[in-house]
Design a protein around this ligand. Structure first.
Ligand SMILES: Cc1ncc(COP(=O)(O)O)c(C=O)c1O
Length: 448
């Protein structure tokens, strides 16, 4: 057996016990596909700042950051206090309340396209609502999505990952459901122009920095072209900022790249680490949700209905409003970006020093590594080579992750999300863990 795996197993005996129990309860023992991990996932007991601790007492620099929700790190005191205060008042009123207004006002002040907002309970619900609103508003059915781009797990967006793929990504959706879905290659302006030419597309939806939080990067120029082409063809541009919102800048990618969408979808950082999402954007589109007092025909046939028990739940509203205030008034995004840039530079220096075939790069506070092939290094920290980065091959990635767990780092995919609570200590520990992991992988002949 691999020495790396042997060490992982020895260090995670308590997690193994919990994984065995979980295996009797949940499919694959987990509650989110991305948490499945062989031989078993780690079970976390507590977290603080940029770190977390598992049930076996192991400490990690955490790069999952609540699947990207924790730009402020774990347990930011102001957010925790706001949640405690909200909980004292009650967990659910089944009524309107002041905190939801404060939260909504923050969204409108911060997000460039935000004229009105409606809260949902997750990012999946937000993208589902945005596409439904776009169809209702435009009277068109077709939706265009980019290859590999992820927008949650509702029926429409789990359509084919690639245009030529005959199978939906997820079975269980009625056949014919995808007839009104067109998938175009990411970054291909001509293909998008052709897809929009018949003027029958309700909306184009995309992850602005590229599929899977930028694993397959997109350029700002492409996103600008999407803005132009959608405007020319009367198509709504839905920017899915579930990841990038309140991270790339207080106003997300729209602020940082100066591209304003018609609608944008948000979750994760929006709700300060609690469950929540929203759709915001042009008032006339969001107003498809308006109830009109004496317009029976509108209410029954034309408006988009929306319910949801946990929309703008008081605890989530308190966490979200506080997180957004801190982001709007502080340097949280810039701090996380600067830490990420220093991590990427340090990793590239390490790879050079050790002659490792690979490179690191980032966009804003999201970083990635390529490993196991002669990948170009970025000229600074953002990916700027003509070819697509290839990341880490799945077999190598698994062993890399075992080794990094053994040395105190929890990656997300082939990299991670950095918070404003990460700093020099976390960067130093991460580089040391990579140095040790590279030694481990070389000892087992997995890396040249
Ligand atoms: C870009 C993007 N959109 C939508 C979603 C779905 O959000 P949620 O997990 O809150 O349903 C995700 C989740 O990771 C995402 O990354």
């Amino acid at each position: 057996m691999s020495k790396i795996l042997e060490t992982f197993e020895a260090m995670h005996a308590g997690s193994r016990v919990l994984a065995q129990r979980a295996g009797q309860v949940f499919p694959s023992g987990v509650t989110h596909d991305a948490r499945a991990f062989a031989p078993w996932p780690i079970y976390v007991e507590r977290a603080r700042g940029g770190r977390k601790w598992d049930v076996d007492g192991n400490e990690y620099v955490d790069y999952i950051g609540g699947h990207g929700a924790l730009l402020l790190g774990h347990n930011r005191p102001e957010v925790m206090d706001a949640v405690r205060t909200a909980l004292e008042r009650g967990t659910h009123f089944g009524s309107s309340h002041d905190l939801e207004i404060e939260w909504g006002e923050r969204v409108l002040q911060m997000v460039p396209c935000g004229e009105r907002v409606r809260f949902t309970s997750s990012g999946t619900e937000a993208t589902m609502m945005a596409l439904r609103l776009a169809r209702a508003y435009s009277g068109r059915e077709r939706v265009v999505k980019l290859e590999e781009h992820f927008h949650g797990w509702h029926d429409l967006v789990v359509g084919r990952l690639r245009a030529e793929d005959p199978h939906p990504y997820s079975p269980g959706v009625p056949s014919g459901f995808y007839d009104a879905l067109t998938i175009v290659p990411a970054g291909d302006v001509a293909a998008l122009r052709e897809a929009l030419a018949p003027r029958d597309v309700a909306a184009v939806i995309l992850e602005p920095t590229g599929a899977h939080w930028g694993t397959h990067p997109l350029t700002r120029e492409y996103v600008e072209a999407v803005r132009r082409l959608t405007a020319e063809t009367g198509t709504l541009f839905v920017m899915d900022e579930v990841i990038t919102g309140f991270r790339m800048a207080p106003g997300g990618c729209q602020e940082r790249w100066g591209v304003t969408a018609d609608l944008s979808t948000h979750a994760k950082i929006l709700a300060g680490g609690l469950p929540g999402g929203c759709v915001t954007g042009r008032a006339e589109v969001i107003s498809m949700l308006d109830l009109r007092e004496s317009d029976v025909e509108w209410n029954a046939q034309r408006r988009v209905s929306h319910q949801g028990t946990y929309n703008a739940n008081p605890a989530a509203a308190a966490a979200g409003a506080t997180a957004l205030r801190l982001i709007a008034e502080g340097d949280e995004c810039a701090t996380a970006d600067a830490t990420t840039a220093s991590l990427v530079r340090a990793l590239n220096a390490l790879f050079m020093e050790l002659s490792v075939p690979g490179s690191a790069w980032c966009v804003s506070s999201m970083w990635h590594v390529n490993l196991g092939y002669e990948a170009p290094h970025p000229s600074d920290v953002e990916w700027d080579a003509p070819e697509e980065p290839r990341g880490v091959a799945p077999a190598l990635l698994r062993t890399l992750r075992w080794s990094l767990f053994n040395h105190g780092v929890d990656l997300m995919g082939n990299g991670g999300m950095v918070s404003s609570a990460h700093g020099d200590a976390e960067v130093g520990d991460t580089v040391a863990a990579f140095r040790a992991a590279i030694g481990d992988l070389r000892a087992e002949g997995l890396l040249t």
